[in-house]
Design a protein around this ligand. Structure first.
Ligand code: 7PJ
Length: 284
């Protein structure tokens, strides 16, 4: 599959697509609060950040209004709507990019799709009340991600017998449920959920299983950017994970290409990732 229909737009997946992260949250782990001034989400800062990511070559902008960092404050539906919807509207009117919305909340799914979003990205794989139906009604592609437990507890001693099989089984179950709810197979993106209820060993096993996941025929989304798995490998804090993140992006591209699959990379550092992928692509 080389194209994904995202509402009125089409995403080319004949090469890895880059999804730039836009955190409309005061407390995300690597760039929380960057778009805030005087305690308020600044729309002009946000749109500038989007413009920069697009100029740097992002294919998709992923906006999220809930921090899923362990220990982050829960967000109310109204707060999440207030953070996300005006930005989706502003992006849709100004830019041609595909907008993805990182949400588990049915109202956000419905309102964002009406406002021009093109992808629903849910770290809870549409398990919250109403989310599945809202996503099916939107007609948009959905990204189903695996998480063990909930953000607050997920890093307390995560355990698996066979992490790659268990994650694949979970995603297959969610996929069956999505198809039964009216979401078409071609609109399902699968994501092993790096860092969501996983130790470094689990994350690396899943990383090396990317080609197996990609071979199932759905586009795969990989989000490793600046995550603690890279921090653990390099013993580096969150401000020193750029090279590790870009290296893993290229390795993911290589694996998924070997399985003839499609890949979306969710990243903070768009320019560096796009350059690395360009070099990778031209040197193959
Ligand atoms: C992911 C995500 C991910 C998908 C976040 C962070 C934490 N959505 N949202 N996959 N991570 N699909 O950016 O580190 O890995 S939030």
């Amino acid at each position: 599959m080389t194209q994904l229909k995202c509402g009125s737009k089409v995403l080319d997946l004949s090469r890895p697509a880059v999804m730039g992260i836009l955190n409309a949250t005061p407390d995300s782990f690597s760039d929380g609060g960057q778009l805030y001034s005087d305690g308020q989400l600044s729309h002009s800062k946000t749109l500038q950040a989007v413009e920069l990511m697009l100029a740097d070559g992002a294919d998709i902008i992923d906006i999220g209004g809930e921090s899923t960092r362990p220990g982050a404050k829960p967000v109310s539906v109204d707060q999440e709507l207030e953070r996300v919807i005006p930005i989706v509207e502003a992006m849709a009117s100004r830019f041609d990019a595909i907008i993805s919305v990182d949400t588990s909340t049915s109202q956000v799914i419905s309102e964002a799709s009406a406002a021009g979003a093109g992808i629903i990205n849910d770290v809870r794989a549409l398990q919250r009340d109403g989310a599945l139906q809202a996503a099916a009604n939107s007609g948009l592609p959905v990204c189903l991600m695996h998480m063990q437990n909930q953000p607050n507890s997920m890093q307390h001693n995560p355990q698996y017998k066979d992490v790659v099989s268990e994650v694949a089984e979970f995603l297959a179950e969610r996929k069956t449920i999505c198809v039964a709810a009216g979401i078409s197979e071609e609109q399902i993106i699968l994501d092993p959920g790096f860092g969501f209820g996983k130790t470094l060993d689990h994350n690396l096993a899943l990383f090396n299983g990317l080609s197996r996941l990609a071979a199932e025929g759905h586009p795969v989304l990989a989000g490793v950017s600046r995550k603690s798995m890279i921090g653990q490998m390099l013993d580096s804090d969150v401000d020193n994970r750029l090279i590790g993140s870009v290296t893993m992006a290229v390795l993911a591209a290589q694996q998924v290409a070997a399985a003839q699959g499609s890949l979306i990379l969710r990243v903070h550092d768009v320019k560096e990732t796009v350059q690395a992928l360009s070099v990778w692509q031209q040197s193959r």
